[in-house]
Design a binder for this molecule. Structure first.
Ligand code: FES
Length: 146
């Protein structure tokens, strides 16, 4: 049994310890905002926070989440300035990658409240968007920054 905190609540999972955390979050606990994209840690659609750092849950075993604080997009719900600027900038097109984009961006602003354009590009470069919404993503992050 692996215990951890998920969006502020203590939870435990009896899934195989090698199960990707993505499937535990989605299928066992019902938080469907975390998406499956590539499944090999290359696209960022499955990004959540573990103790405030971004992790790609498709290639992150349940065992590694033991006693950690996991936050999904649902854990940010309505509380993060990025969510407001994301709506203002009308960032999503198909929307599939967006929860991962926001979770990745939130870790940037947590550590660097006023990032430069280049710092935004560098931090977000591993999160892919097939609709090419990169300009709007960058703009929303800039508008959420101090
Ligand atoms: Fe995890 Fe692509 S689905 S990085």
């Amino acid at each position: 049994m692996i215990e951890f905190k998920l969006n502020g609540n203590k939870v435990s999972s009896a899934a195989d310890v090698n199960t990707p955390l993505l499937w535990v979050i989605r299928d066992e606990f019902g938080f469907k905002g975390t998406k499956f994209g590539c499944g090999i840690g290359m696209c960022g659609a499955c990004t959540v926070h573990m103790d405030g750092a971004p992790v790609r849950t498709c290639s992150f075993p349940l065992l590694a989440a033991a006693n950690k604080n996991i936050t999904t997009i649902e854990g940010l719900e309505g509380k993060h300035p990025l969510q407001k600027t994301w709506i203002e900038e009308q960032v999503p097109q198909c929307g599939y990658c967006q929860s991962g984009q926001i979770m990745q961006a939130a870790t940037l602003l947590a550590n660097n409240p006023s990032p430069s354009d280049q710092e935004i590009v560098d931090h977000m470069s591993g999160n892919l968007c097939r609709c090419m919404a990169y300009v709007r993503i960058k703009s929303a992050i800039k508008n959420a920054a101090d």
